[in-house]
Design a protein around this ligand. Structure first.
Ligand code: FES
Length: 105
């Protein structure tokens, strides 16, 4: 799968689970939301908070553990202050039991 990196097995990432990986120096948080996989850069655009450590809220949102900004895990969009800019998203593909994420570069 060109341009993608294998990052997990499906059974490691059951619905509601998350995993942090680092690819080429970029921290990427991978989420399983009700069976669908998403990947966002693990950097809050307010002040660099580790999004993977936040609470997952209804509607596929993650709340930054530092100051509470909310982001849409599916789109990376910032949904509340104090963050205004989106965080990067990466495509995720599943092949058999393997979860692959788009390489950041
Ligand atoms: S670092 Fe995330 S809300 Fe401030």
């Amino acid at each position: 799968m060109q341009g993608f990196v294998k990052v997990a097995k499906m059974h490691e990432l059951t619905p509601g689970e998350r995993k942090l990986v680092e690819l080429e120096g970029v921290r990427i948080a991978i989420f399983n939301l009700d069976g669908d996989f998403y990947a966002i850069e693990d950097v809050c655009t307010h002040d660099g908070g580790p999004l993977v450590e936040g609470d997952v809220l209804e509607g596929g949102q993650i709340r930054c553990p530092r100051h509470g900004a909310r982001f849409d895990i599916r789109t990376g969009q910032a949904l509340s202050m104090p963050a205004f800019s989106p965080t990067a998203t990466y495509e995720v593909q599943v092949d058999g039991d393997d979860v692959w994420v788009e390489a950041p570069f």
